[in-house]
Ligand binder design. Structure first.
Ligand SMILES: [Zn+2]
Length: 474
């Protein structure tokens, strides 16, 4: 890296250099980390003035907001046609590696993607997540466009906050409004269905009717099928429609809207998919993507565990319905490391797919640390094992703790291998919040800054492999 003229100890990220409004701009790295350097002060930028007239601004949301006014090519955009891929980043340091993986790919990248739950665990905000993605893209000189996904939104306020900040992609998670209708005795199910105000209308539209779906065949709603679908999902539909209307008011020029029902108890049936999207359409909701719950298990950080043929059958049905009802994407959540699934997923979805990843980029960071800073890795690992009983609570995992070795018994050169084993991987994966909120979090970030190039190279290889298996890179 070249030194910044007249600034000893400051190195410039060459690819970030720009000239705008008579000022030179670049991302620089100094003794206390990274900053944005401007050769002269411009409106909206606040930082430390330099003797030669320039300023150094912190990599904070306010600086990112000022930068986006100057450089529209770094503003989040809507998804173009075709496949798309979510590069979630829990550390705020992965975007340079993500950009390198995305560059050779035909899938449109989502570089800012975190859920409210992830932000709560890492102590970050939507504004910080977006700022980190913007600075990461600037660092690599990337101008190819990206989207920003406010993931798993469970409240309209959160959706509007993200909209205000410039997010373009909103993932509505209506799971709090889904009723587990399959568990209700028939009498209770009928009672609840009778209580739905629009019941007569629903009966006219669906009951004993058959819908012909090209590529799938016929969908038929019996009386009970309809009652079950309506009782289970109508509240969720109303909630999603309300969020959509609120967003449309705030963003009249448009946005991408995903409905995610991937965290429900039972797999989404074709009938349920059809019913939910028909009802959304009646409420003028236009979907960019739908994340169904698939059968088999999509556990975090490890490959798919289930019958590939069952997955294929489910997916075919969802794709056929998505095509018949408007051509939105089928979205795969917990989508990292599902290498055995990708070729099938890409083929069956015929390019109409979205994949979300997040935790896997944190695991790549730990892999770099296991090689470059083994002592720090040991501490992170020990804390993760200690926290596992509690941290696993909100995840569906079948981790076998007897296969999680004691790190103190392992020599340094064996440590990276832990990241290749499913059980230790999951233990490390779910503890990210505990690690990042502990003093180890700051040490981890410091180490990743020191070994920044290693991290970018490893991310490009790992996420690049995802994109290759999906058939959209290389
Ligand atoms: Zn999800």
């Amino acid at each position: 890296m070249e030194t910044l003229a007249g600034m000893e100890g400051y190195a410039v990220y060459e690819r970030s250099r720009r000239r705008v409004d008579g000022a030179e701009i670049a991302l620089v790295r100094g003794p206390s980390g990274k900053s944005l350097w401007l050769s002269r002060a411009l409106p909206g930028f606040h930082g430390d003035p330099l003797p030669n007239g320039g300023i150094l601004c912190p990599l904070a949301p306010e600086t990112a907001a000022a930068l986006l006014k100057l450089l529209p090519e770094l503003r989040p955009r809507r998804l173009p046609e075709g496949p798309s891929f979510g590069f979630g980043d829990r550390l705020g340091l992965a975007t340079p590696g993500h950009v390198r993986a995305a560059r050779g790919s035909r899938a449109f990248p989502v570089l800012a993607q975190q859920s409210v739950r992830e932000n709560a665990r890492t102590g970050r905000t939507f504004a910080e997540v977006l700022a980190d993605a913007v600075f990461g893209a600037l660092q690599e000189g990337y101008t190819g466009g990206f989207a920003a996904d406010a993931d798993h939104l469970k409240s309209i306020e959160d959706a509007l906050e993200a909209a205000e900040l410039g997010y373009t992609f909103f993932t509505c998670d209506p799971s709090d409004h889904v009723v587990p209708a399959e568990e209700l005795p028939e009498k209770e199910l009928r009672r609840r269905f009778d209580a739905i105000p629009k019941r007569a209308e629903l009966e006219r539209e669906y009951r004993d009717r058959t819908f012909e779906i090209k590529g799938l065949g016929r969908l038929h709603f019996s009386e009970l099928d309809l009652a079950r679908a309506a009782v289970k999902y109508l509240g969720a539909v109303e909630f999603a429609a309300e969020m959509y209307r609120a967003l449309r008011e705030r963003l009249p020029d448009g946005f991408d809207f995903e409905l995610s029902v991937d965290e429900t108890e039972t797999p989404t049936s074709p009938l349920e998919h059809f019913f939910v999207v028909q009802e959304l359409k009646k409420r003028d909701v236009e979907l960019a993507s739908l994340a169904p719950r698939f059968s088999g298990s999509l556990e975090k950080a490890v490959d798919y565990r289930g019958d590939l043929e069952v997955f294929r059958r489910d997916l075919r049905a969802h794709v056929a319905i998505a095509k018949a009802l408007g051509g939105y994407r089928i979205s795969l959540h917990s989508g990292s490391d599902k290498f055995s699934l990708y070729p099938l997923f890409a083929k069956e979805a015929e390019g109409l797919f979205h994949v979300k990843t997040a935790g896997t980029s944190y695991l790549v960071a730990l892999e770099v640390v296991s090689r470059r800073a083994p002592e720090l890795f040991r501490e992170i690992y020990a804390l993760s094992v200690e926290r596992f009983p509690e941290d696993r609570a909100t995840y569906h995992l079948t981790t076998d703790l007897s296969r999680v070795p004691d790190p103190s018994s392992l020599p340094d050169e064996e440590l990276p291998k832990l990241l290749e084993e499913p059980d230790p991987r999951q233990v490390l994966h779910v503890a990210y919040g505990s690690v990042l909120r502990s003093p180890l979090g700051a040490e981890l970030k410091k180490a990743l800054l020191e070994f920044e190039e290693d991290y970018a190279v490893a991310l490009e290889a790992h996420l690049g492999r995802h994109l290759e298996h999906l058939g959209v890179r290389g």
